[in-house]
Design a protein around this ligand. Structure first.
Ligand code: HPA
Length: 277
């Protein structure tokens, strides 16, 4: 059997031995949403460290965990802490948790992240609904022998972000008075922030926000036929757009400042998604 798939099944069996909960939605918590689980009715948590074969760095103190529980009536598994390519993992490890959430039952993947804003008129603290993506600057997680059990060799990527789910998020934002921009997310490898010249390139390519995650996760999820929705928290304007240099602490502060609205937008959107599941 394919080694990557074998490892994935090992992780799945280990989770199943420990947790008896079937999620409908997989939610990846980006910066600013770390406390999201406080709003959930938690049924179980599982540290990544405790899953056999799961990609966790031996250097990172807090690798993260899965949180299983209910958002309203909707059974959800959250990833509190994601795996980034810039940490040095191969792409198949970066997307393993996404694939695992699908094998555990999740039909919808809800992606969130912090990103640098590129769109004209955007400002730090805005939210951007992801309408499309550019993943061409990072290796594809689908390189190598195709895992037929997951999806086809040459998956179509015409509609990565589900229209109906986008409509739900837009309605939720409107009804809660939360301003919501829309745009294309572009993934760079990081860990360095982009240079102003790279940001200019991203803008020329049509990107509205730039980050270091998400697009590769969406590629793997789309390969498996998941419905995908994504929101970026614009934690800063990308380099060169405003004169101030980027500092991680300030970016984190902005994400934390708008976190209550971000939590509300995601929470209410998920509740509504429960109605179409
Ligand atoms: N670039 C890339 N990733 C980011 C940024 C940025 O400006 N801000 C938050 N994550």
């Amino acid at each position: 059997m394919n080694k990557i798939y074998e490892k994935l099944l090992r992780c799945k069996e280990d989770v199943r031995r420990k947790i008896n909960f079937t999620p409908k939605i997989g939610l990846v918590l980006g910066s600013g949403l770390g406390d999201f689980a406080n709003e959930m009715k938690i049924e179980a948590t599982l540290n990544y460290h405790d899953i056999e074969g799961f990609p966790v760095s031996t250097v990172a103190g807090h690798a993260g965990r899965f949180i299983f529980g209910y958002v309203g009536e909707v059974p959800v598994v959250c990833m509190q802490g994601r795996v980034h390519y810039y940490e040095g993992y191969p792409m198949e490890d970066v997307v393993l948790p996404i694939r695992l959430m699908k094998l555990l039952g999740a039909e919808i993947l809800f992606l969130t992240n912090a990103a640098g804003g590129i769109l004209q008129g955007m400002k730090a603290g805005d939210f951007m609904l992801i309408t499309g993506q550019i993943a061409s600057f990072v290796p594809s997680p689908l390189v190598g022998a195709n895992i037929e059990e997951l999806g086809t060799r040459f998956p179509d990527m015409s509609h990565i972000y589900d229209e109906d789910l986008q409509t739900i998020v837009k309605k939720t934002a409107l009804e809660n008075n939360i301003p919501l921009k829309q745009g294309v997310y572009i993934q760079m490898t990081g860990p360095q922030y982009e240079s102003p010249e790279e940001v200019a390139m991203c803008r020329t390519l049509g990107a509205g926000a730039v980050g270091m995650s998400t697009a590769c996760e969406a590629v793997a999820a789309n390969h498996m036929g998941m419905k995908i929705v994504g929101i970026s928290c614009i934690a800063n304007m990308a380099a060169g757009i405003t004169p101030t240099p980027l500092a991680h602490t300030e970016i984190q502060e902005t994400a934390d400042r708008v976190a209550p609205d971000f939590r509300k937008l995601v929470y209410e959107s998920i509740c509504r998604m429960g109605e179409i599941l």
